[in-house]
Every structure is written in C-alpha cells, then in structure tokens.
Write a protein of this length. Structure first.
Length: 229
C-alpha cells in the first residue's frame, strides 16, 4: 500500500518562503493496484515517483510505503536502515534505461540479484526466466548498444522485476518508443500488475491511458487529483 497524508515537497536548499513543488497530497493506492500518473512535463511526476520510491523525504506530512512511515525527519527506525531495506522491495523503470554498456543483457538483468548477495547458481534460472518473459532470451549475451530502443526498455524491465518487487514505478517508460513498442511495454507492466505487484506508470501520453483504462493520479499546480478508472 502507498499512502500520502498531507504531503508537501520543497527541494532541499530552497527557502522556506519558496513555493512547494508538490503540496497537500492526500491519497491511498491499494496493494496490487495499477495507477497512471498523469500531467504535463514539469508537473512533478518524477518527484512524486521519488517520494513513492523513498528516494526523497517529504518536506511535511507523511508517506507510508508497505507499512513503513516516512516523514521530514529521519526516525530511529530509518536510521537503522529500514528505508534501505524497504527500497529493495521497490523497483523503478527509467525512460533512459540506465543499462550498463559494458555488461551483457543477462548480466545487466542479474545485477540486482548479485548486489543482494544471491548465489550464482540460484540467480541464473531467474534471469533466464525474466529474459524469456520479455522476449530477449535470444539476446542474453549481447551488449545493450546492439539492442533497439524497445529491446533496451524490455531489458530494463526485466532487470527491475527480476527481484520480484512489491512496488514497480515506471517514469515515462514509453517516451523513447514508437506506438507499437509502447503498447508491448505496457502489456508487460500490466502483466506484472496481474501477478500482484503494485504498479504506478507516469506518462504525458493521452493514448496509452485510453487504451489501458485504470485509476489515475492527475498532477496540476503541485496537487494531485485521484480519478477512479
């Protein structure tokens, strides 16, 4: 579950008199839900995703993610590493892919599992399963530079979900893709939702929410309006 209670965000270093980037956010996203995050460029979609992913703290109010409550000031629980532990249950898919160019596709996908200390023998079947799921099992040994934009994005999704996250956040994931690639990508994200993952997808596209109706958070003027699908 993701719950925002009277949340405001002012960037670090900004004067207290400066306007908040996001303000008075009050909403709850149920566990296992699929939600569009809509609004024009500059509306604060990326900042809201960073709050959901615990990469930012709110300037005021409280963000609750999977039972962990985070406010403006670090709590004792957070200082003990609760936020770092919780972030391992959250995955983010970026518009610019962020694949490591010197690693093969398979090694890029395996990276989160290796960083988590998984034994090589136990992670290889999971990597193979994810590559087959996104249709890239035949490209496992290739470097990212040899893949098309759509293939790179699918590799980025495989890397994000190989650890079976509870929450998947996608920041404009179709921005560099053509219409056909975008629809295939969204089909993968919707399949993750069907498997029980809470999915939030930020987009400025009007076509994709029309093709895949779902609940939406609509950002404007720093505020969010929750619209049921």
């Amino acid at each position: 579950m993701l719950r925002f209670t009277d949340v405001g965000l002012r960037y670090e270093g900004a004067a207290l008199s400066a306007p908040e980037v996001l303000c008075d956010l009050d909403f709850t996203l149920a566990q296992g839900s699929f939600t569009w995050l809509l609004g024009p460029s500059g509306a604060g979609k990326s900042s809201l995703l960073r709050l959901m992913g615990l990469a930012l703290r709110p300037s005021r109010g409280e963000v609750e993610v999977l039972g962990l409550r985070v406010g403006p000031n670090p709590s004792r629980m957070a200082r003990r590493g609760a936020i770092a532990s919780m972030r391992r249950r959250i995955a983010t898919v970026y518009q610019d892919f962020r694949l490591l160019p010197y690693l093969s596709v398979a090694d890029n996908v395996a990276l989160p599992l290796r960083l988590a200390g998984r034994a090589e023998a136990s992670l290889l079947p999971d990597v193979a399963e994810m590559l087959a799921w996104v249709g890239l099992d035949h490209r496992h040994a290739d470097r990212p530079a040899t893949l098309s934009g759509g293939e790179q994005q699918r590799a980025a999704i495989a890397r994000a979900v190989v650890g079976r996250p509870d929450v998947l956040l996608a920041d404009e994931p179709t921005g560099n893709l053509d219409a056909g690639q975008a629809r295939r990508l969204l089909a993968l994200l919707i399949e993750m939702h069907r498997l029980g993952t809470t999915v939030v997808v930020a987009t400025h596209s009007e076509d994709l929410p029309a093709r895949f109706p779902a609940a939406a958070l609509v950002l404007g003027g720093g505020r969010a309006r929750h619209v049921q699908g």
